[in-house]
Write a protein of this length. Structure first.
Length: 87
């Protein structure tokens, strides 16, 4: 899993059938120091997050496993909302 910040949302009227009803968010991967550590990517939201929140994201098979139907085309998923950082 990686830390990311939600920077926006995506609206798509035409998409693969396994994405229907799923919320797509733009996330920016961050380091634990709060600095940008990667590019912006699109993630499928599983927890109902908002713009500006810090989240945990997972990639690949584990992202797909976050959904009941594993026939999804999802390769990046938001799986947790971060309440605080303790170091």
């Amino acid at each position: 899993m990686r830390i990311a910040k939600v920077t926006g949302s995506i609206v798509s009227t035409q998409k693969h059938e396994t994405l229907i009803g799923k919320k797509l968010m733009i996330v920016e991967v961050m380091g634990s120091d709060g600095k940008k550590a990667g590019n912006e990517e699109v993630a499928c939201d599983t927890v109902g997050v908002g713009i500006g929140e810090y989240v945990l994201v997972t990639k690949g098979r584990s992202a797909n496993a976050a959904f009941e139907s594993q026939a999804n085309v999802i390769d990046l998923a938001i799986v947790a909302l971060i309440d605080s950082f303790d170091k």
